[in-house]
Design a protein around this ligand. Sequence first.
Ligand code: G3P
Ligand code: CA
Length: 269
Amino acid sequence: AADPADPVDRRDPLVIAHRGASAYAPENTLAAVDLAGRMGFAWVENDVQRTKDGELVVVHDATLARTTDAEQRFPGREPWRVADFTAAEIATLDAGGWFGAEWAGARVPTLKRYLNRVERNGQKLLLEIKRPELYPGIERDTLRVLEEAGWLDRSHVRRRLVVQSFGADSVKAVHRQRPDVVTGFLGTPPVAELPSYAAFTDQINPPHTTLTDDYVAAAHRLKGAHGKRLQVNTWTVNDTAGAVRADGFGVDGIITDRPDVVRDAVDRD
Ligand code: G3P
Ligand code: CA
């Protein structure tokens, strides 16, 4: 029987707060995680990259320019690549003021701090390894931080963690290094290639613009890396019509900046 708490084996669409509740709080900050929790959302998505000195941090873009005050704080360090800054430098940046004055002082969290907050909030994490081609070996680093934070024990691996990436090699590396971890591939591989993806991933997570009911059905006919139905989570769906459409296709999850809007749209009760 389907187990509604199992990320590989549920029937109703999960609503996953993209970069936290990122329509309402600055993306990828602890404030965005906390807000998702207060709104009642268990699952949050984030993006992980690596600093110059090897710390993993939670930030979406490969540069710090859009979501922090790095340009003002560190003039002359253009293009303000995450990989060119130390963790200590990044820790001084304001990652909230760009979103609204009331969020000033929010920080770019380290992955370690982020995991601790998600844990404390009782939430679950769809962790994206972002731009893996820029950070050789980031899969091993990510698994090490997850291990140290207690996120690779049986209960986390079975119930609370999915690791995804646009990089197929990155997803394969995670699967090879920790076969117990549930994984996702971001993209829309041709249907004919889905079986080869299903060998190393549990989820195919396409942009909503490429999604069709036939594609979801084709994925669902396959078993993923852990022997359960290959799942489909789509992104980034921020309006009612899009959520109703994706739900009608039978997706397993909807990744959204506006989890409240999607929840209202897919609520069948
Ligand atoms: O989780 C899916 C989505 O986050 C992928 O795109 O650019 O928002 O990381 P992006
Ligand atoms: Ca992402």
